[in-house]
Design a protein around this ligand. Sequence first.
Ligand code: NAP
Ligand code: MG
Length: 498
Amino acid sequence: MAMAYPLNGSTREFLARRLDLFVDGRMQRATDDGRLEVSDPASGERLTDIALGSARDIDAAVDAARRALRGPWGRMTADERTRALLDYARLIESNATLFTEIAVLDNGMPWPIAQSTAPFCAMFLRYYAGWVSKIAGETLPSAGNGKRPNELLAYTLREPVGVVGAITPWNYPFGMEMLKIAPVLATGCTVVLKPAEQAPLASLLLAELAAQAGVPAGVLNVVTGLGETAGAALAAHPGVDKVAFTGSTEVGRSIVQAAAGNLKRVSLELGGKSPVVIFPDADLNQAIPGAAMAAFLLQGQNCVCGSRVFVHESIAAAVGEGIAALARQLKIGSGFDPSVMIGPVISREQRDRIEALLATAKPEGAKLLAGGGRGTGNGWFVEPTVYANCLPEMTIVREEIFGPVIAMQTFNDGDLESIAAQANDTVYGLSGSVWTRDLATAHRMVRMIDAGQVGVNCHAAMDPSMPFGGNKQSGWGREFGREGLDLYLKTKAVTITW
Ligand code: NAP
Ligand code: MG
């Protein structure tokens, strides 16, 4: 499939290279010889292969990261570190075509979304570059130890937490890695990154560009490999001070257990089953495409996916038909076709998993309005799918599908509390949106929806300045924004007397 498109020279060159682990500033062979094939989900064809890092490779990478903390990186001034982040951002922007093509090939994402990867990474780096010189402690009015204020100085230092273990999923390569890398660099930490086996190429490119931008050896290490081996070793490693994980809730639980050994810090960005609530006074010209794309973006393989749509019964037919009509129109195919809006899902296993979940819908009483099939082509395609007449206990309403699937439920003229209770009837709490023209409805619903993020007349708006993370089983902590820095800093309280 890749060969049918005139790939950029830099992309061809990258795919022709032997890819190993990136440790201590250079590509290094893994201790074991095992390799893992990387394939294009739009065609199933092989792209390249990667090294399978082992627990011993994780040890070596953690050692390199520990040494780098004490090296030139730890002695850089804030201004020098700011420049390193800005240089890195510029270098990424000058490789935008390479990023776009690798994102399409490795993940299957449609071209316009793939094109957002380099600008997203650069924006994130610039945002955090601005924070580097503003990370500061406080002077405090302490009068401890029986001293008067003029006999004592009390203040806090904000220090890097140390060596970070980052573990990322495959659904938005480049972006998912940069969410960890930018605050790591801004705070002066170092990192060992274990990317998802199904989209590992972005992380190697990001590590090489960081080195080219002047980030010292050992600061950003990448160990490709399997979650159960390399990932588990990283989460459990006694030399890792903090683990930053994005992925499924199930693996998130195993990360927490693995981290208990040395009680390392843990932040988790996990799954979701986010509600989209459409009131009868909403502007349906906005709400219908808004709800459709909230669920179908990235083939529904996004944690903020608006997979549960709640509609007032008076407009349920019109909204259902509107979303279904859009679902039928969206072109499915390879991301290299610029008119394609729906690419393949990541793998055959994922396609089969989605289909198994869809197979429960009809027997449990849901009504299919659109989709349900595979679409054409050799890759792992799933049509955008819309089910109406859904009920709270149905499998497609409860399980995170991670595919382009909407389950519609209705509500009636009951009070807002009961509508919010319907929206909150899930173990997750990542995102949600409310569609209405009424200010009181909007503000009251915003307060009642139990999620880390709520949109009004928009779904899942993302900006580096806006904290992002989940409630309930959607995670621990907030990435993005100033709060995102706190995950990578520790506070030291200092008292000086004379
Ligand atoms: P996953 O299976 O949980 O994998 C995530 C990462 O964890 C991968 O690098 C994986 O390696 C690794 N891993 C697997 N088992 C491990 C173990 N025992 N110890 C340590 N690491 C392990 O998730 P996924 O299938 O890649 O991604 C889909 C999930 O991510 C969805 O639930 C989605 O909602 C969630 N997600 C959340 C956010 C958010 O910000 N909240 C964003 C994106 C995705 P392998 O690749 O080798 O399995
Ligand atoms: Mg996995």
